[in-house]
Every structure is written in C-alpha cells, then in structure tokens.
Design a protein around this ligand. Structure first.
Ligand code: ATP
Ligand code: MG
Ligand code: MG
Length: 412
C-alpha cells in the first residue's frame, strides 16, 4: 500500500534546483510537494509525482491562489514572487501557512529596502544609498561613495545580473551603466566598493517558534558574479586572521535573521570579510542557498531537511558537519544548447564541460554529482553541482584539484 501523505506543501519554483532538492528531502518524510512553475517538466516537478503540480508563473496571482487552495503550507525557492498574491492567499485561505512571511519576502526582494531594514538593528553593512538612474544622480553617488562604484538594481537581481561596477565617471561610462541596468526603467541603489579579502556565507535556520540556529561559516568564491566554489568550513589561512572568525560570522548571521525577519525557514546570509577581520553583510536570501548545497553530504541534517522541518514546525536537525571538510563546485552551462547532458558518459554532448565534470566526479572518492534536469543549457546557467567530502581540508582540495582542468584527466 502506498504510504499516506503526511502533509502537503507547495513550492513556487523558477527553474527549480532548490525546489528539487527540497522535494527530495520531503519525499523522505512522506510530505507531498506540489510545484508551481512555468515548465511542465521543471526540475522540481520531475522528482515528485503529483497530479497537483501547476504550470504557471510565480508572478501570476491566479496561479498562486490556485496552488494555495491545494496545500497546507506555502514556501518559495525564489524571493522574486508576487508578494501581493501571497497577501491575497492570507485572505482567501487563512489556514494556509506561508513561510517565510510575505513581509519578510517583500523586504528581502528589494535589496535596498533589505539594507535599510538591517541598518535599523546595527547589523554591519557597507555604505549604500538610493540613486536615481540619471547621469547627475550617479555622478553625485560617485562623489559620495567613490570609485569604483557598485550600482545595483533594487529588485529582480540574481547571479549579479542586476549589478554594474562603474569604474569611471565620464558620460560614456555612466550611460553604459544606465543602459545595462534597464535604461532608467529599474530602481537602483549604489554601494561603496568593498575591498574584501574573502566572501563568506552562513546558512541560518529559523524555527517556527523563532529559534535560530546556524550552519558552519563557509568561504564562497565567485566568478563573474556567480558562485563558483564553496569551501566548508572556512579555512583560516591569512597571517592576521582571527581564530574566532567562524564563530563571529555565525553570530552576525544569526543576529541579522533573529532581529531582522519573521517567518520560518532557511536564510542564506552572504558576507564580506575585510582585511581588519571585520565582517559586512552583503545580502540575505529568504530560502535555501547555493552556498548551502554542501550540507546534503557534509552535515547531519541538510539545509533542505531543515527548511522543511522549520516550515512544518518539526524539530530542527543538527547543523554539525559529519565530515572533516567539504568543497562544492557549481556546474555551469558553458554554451547555449538544447540539451545539457549526454545520455552516455563517453559520447559527449555539445556541452562538453558539463559532462566532463560529471564524469570526473563519478570517479573521484567522496564526490557526489547532482544534475538538475534542466532541458536547456545557457552560458552561466546553473546545471548541477558536485560536492566533495573528505576527512580534512587538504584531502578535499586534493580530491578537487583535477576539476579545474577536467579535460586532462579524462580518457581519450
Ligand atoms: P545572488 O545570485 O547571490 O543573489 P546578486 O545578483 O544578488 O547575486 P550580489 O550578491 O549583490 O548579486 O553581488 C554578486 C557579487 O558581486 C558578490 O558576491 C561579490 O562578489 C560582488 N559584489 C557585490 N557587492 C559588492 C560591493 N559593494 N563591492 C565589491 N564587490 C561586490
Ligand atoms: Mg541576490
Ligand atoms: Mg549574492
């Protein structure tokens, strides 16, 4: 006999790897997950059979209301959802729980509002200010904050696509920035350039009763604004690095979530480490996060297990690492092609790099490849990831060394 479903939740997805990994955790507890995604074959839908999945956008109010009518708990894997629709769910379906709360999602989806809000609680942030998308206003922001200047779109930003680093204040440079950032159609803000020595991230879990726990601080390495590598836990290598840094980073991250936001679930807190060992928060995501994928293999409970437990009001799982160290490498699309993966490991698809990394992972001890089932590959699109665990940081780095040039290590 098929097991009875414990509870229904739904995730509003958008491409869907986070939803897919959440659904995998849910399946272990007989929790039925229904997904709203434009793709009938979206990654999150592929791995949980349900006749209640909905094809539609997470910005479509009617579809969100339809989804809410089928479930007990609503959660998101992306912060760019239509929050007015979530408020409407509250009225139309008062028994449906929404985690994190619509007000938290509204604050976080506007990166400027998020920073203004965090500054109320003395959370460490770099200087920032609103800026109109006009040459005069941008020149004034350069005057205030200096060059280079980080111009950011307030909303709908991800993988650095709403960011523009302005290096000069001549009219050509400014007009290129305005063009790149939506030709005046998007609201912007400016951040002072941060000369960080490392980027860190801490995954924080907020339970339904407000309890806040955190995962170990990790180091994240970005390439072209996209997370490329994660090392867990962060390695204390620098001559002047404070041995208390990992605990300090966790404390800062927990404080930001504890003081700043409502609602249950996982939050990804991105931070900059400066030369003087101080920390600044870059931004917060109200959901599981790329820098927490490693928790699946490396921690006693993964970020997906804990997101699910938090939103269902179940006891939270231990966030401790159960291995000495871990590394996580994103598999990014290297070109635009209709298919990302070959069916056979030896006859490579046009997207060679993806297959090579996966192939290499399969023959590396401690490595676990995760492919997301995205039908279309695009340059820079997150197609999968590989986590490598080991008894020590040295072992993990040794195991991961061949991944930087997979072609050389493959059979002809
Ligand atoms: P995500 O995919 O993480 O949501 P995003 O589009 O919201 O990305 P940010 O996190 O704001 O973008 O920035 C992307 C990257 O750009 C950061 O991880 C960091 O490497 C760099 N960056 C962001 N802000 C600054 C800054 N003020 N000074 C220097 N570098 C910055
Ligand atoms: Mg972001
Ligand atoms: Mg970011």
């Amino acid at each position: 006999m098929a097991p009875k479903c414990y509870l229904f939740i739904s995730i509003m997805s958008s491409g869907g790897q986070l939803g897919r990994m959440l659904a995998a955790s849910a399946s272990l507890l007989n929790v039925q997950v229904n997904v709203l995604d434009v793709g009938a074959d979206a990654p999150a839908k592929q791995i949980i059979a349900s006749s209640s999945h909905i094809d539609g956008s997470f910005r479509d109010k009617e579809k969100i209301l339809e989804l809410a009518s089928k479930v007990d708990v609503l959660t998101v894997e992306i912060e760019h959802v239509d929050v007015d629709a979530l408020e409407a769910v509250r009225i139309a379906h008062p028994n449906v729980q929404i985690h994190p709360t619509p007000s938290t999602i509204r604050l976080i989806q506007d990166k400027f509002a998020q920073k203004q809000h965090l500054s109320l609680f003395a959370i460490p942030l770099g200087p920032f200010q609103a800026v109109e998308p006009t040459p005069d206003a941008i020149a004034q922001a350069v005057n205030d904050l200096g060059l280079p200047l980080m111009l950011k779109s307030r909303t709908m930003a991800y993988d650095g696509r709403g960011n523009y680093a302005l290096h000069a204040v001549d009219s050509q440079s400014i007009s290129s920035a305005i063009d790149f950032l939506g030709s005046g159609s998007r609201q912007l803000y400016a951040e002072k350039w941060v000369l960080f020595v490392k980027e860190l991230a801490v995954m924080v879990v907020r339970g339904i009763d407000g309890t806040v726990i955190s995962y170990p601080a990790v180091e994240t390495i970005h390439k072209d604004n996209i997370c490329h590598l994660v090392w867990a836990p962060i390695r204390l290598g620098g001559i002047n690095e404070d041995p208390e840094l990992p605990r300090k980073a966790e404390r800062v991250a927990r404080e930001a979530i504890e003081k700043g936001f409502e609602g249950a679930g996982v939050f990804g807190v991105e931070m900059f480490l400066l030369e003087d060992n101080s920390l600044l928060i870059n931004e917060i995501a109200p959901r599981p996060h790329n820098s927490g994928h490693y928790t699946i293999e490396a921690c006693e409970s993964s970020q997906y297990d804990n997101h699910l437990r938090a939103i269902l009001g179940l006891p939270l799982g231990s966030t401790r690492m159960k291995v000495g160290a871990a590394g996580m490498l994103n598999i990014l699309g290297s070109s635009n092609s209709s298919s990302s993966m070959s069916s056979s490991l030896v006859s490579f698809s046009p997207d060679l790099l993806i297959d090579k990394l996966t192939y290499l992972a399969l023959s590396t001890p401690g490595a676990s490849p995760h492919l997301y089932g995205k039908a279309q590959s695009r340059k820079g699109r997150k197609m999968g990831h590989i986590t490598v665990v080991g008894s020590s940081d040295a072992e993990v780095r040794q195991r991961m060394a061949p991944f930087s040039s997979p072609a050389r290590t493959l059979p002809p």
